[in-house]
Design a protein around this ligand. Structure first.
Ligand SMILES: [Zn+2]
Length: 271
């Protein structure tokens, strides 16, 4: 599962700060009414609409993405587009950027939860979300955000190629090693690989440019198919030279097996 930024225009107006601001504020100059999209497939698990309290998140939607990952979209305009319990897909519109709750200008307050739904599980969305093709990023934030790279397509088994078969959900990283930025994940399929490196206790396989996946030390993440070295060809024994006298006698000029009857009961076979 990869989280996509929930807006078309990504401009960070306030960063995540542990202890004081547990989300990412996204606005775009004076643009009003921007649609807000679901970051990844999931189920709506909490909503609030037509909030007039002027407190906290105001109108908001919270999504359960499974695997104890949640996202929350706050300060939405009145009239959110989803209901509690509804299944949603990445990119579905859930509402529009607004200024409800404790907010002093139209923006989205975007939260990401990892490990559970409680507020103590909130993490910096910048560490989890990706800019997808087609989304615009403010030049101020171009080096802050991460960009999603579509993972190379899986292929079919080919005995003439070095390949890996993915046996579990694996992060795809930009370089070999745990410091490589995550660009997505793979959960099954066969991939050609082009390079192998050891790093951080894992064996890393390069499946595309800037796309590496890891084999664990117990070999449970990947099944490796290396090209088998071709067996040494068995040399065929040199054919016995055909005696010139036989060639002449029996007119043998082409390759093949010849039976030459020497005399009654004796056969000379020439290959
Ligand atoms: Zn905020």
């Amino acid at each position: 599962m990869t989280l996509k930024y929930p807006v078309d225009y990504i401009g960070i107006t306030q960063a995540f700060k542990q202890g004081t601001h547990h989300g990412l504020d996204l606005g775009w100059h004076d643009y009003q009414g921007e649609p807000i999209y679901v970051s990844a497939d999931g189920v709506v698990c909490a909503t609030n609409d037509y909030d007039k309290s002027g407190q906290s998140w105001g109108n908001y939607v919270k999504i359960d993405h499974g695997n104890s990952i949640y996202t929350l979209y706050a300060h939405l305009k009145d009239g959110i587009c989803v209901t509690n319990g509804q299944e949603v897909k990445q990119g579905d519109i859930i509402g529009y950027m607004g200024n409800t709750g404790y907010s002093f200008g139209t923006h989205l307050h975007f939260e990401v939860y990892v490990g559970g739904a409680s507020t103590s599980c909130r993490v910096d969305p910048v560490s989890m979300a990706y800019v997808y093709p087609g989304q615009k990023v403010s030049s101020d934030d171009a080096n802050t955000v991460k960009y999603y790279t579509p993972i190379v397509n899986s292929t079919i088994r080919n005995e003439n190629k070095n390949q890996v078969e993915v046996l579990t959900e694996l992060n795809v990283r930009t370089t070999a090693g745990l410091n490589g930025g995550k660009v997505g994940f793979v959960s099954s399929g066969i991939y050609d690989y082009y390079e192998v490196q050891e790093a951080d206790g894992y064996t890393w396989y390069k499946i595309s440019e800037n796309q590496w996946i890891a084999q664990d030390s117990n070999n449970t993440y990947l099944r490796i198919y290396n090209i088998q070295p071709k067996p040494e060809p068995v040399p065929t024994p040199n054919p016995k030279p055909i005696k010139e006298e036989y060639k002449e006698k029996y007119n043998i000029e082409k390759d093949g097996i010849y039976k030459i009857y020497l005399k009654k009961g004796e056969i000379l076979i020439i290959k």
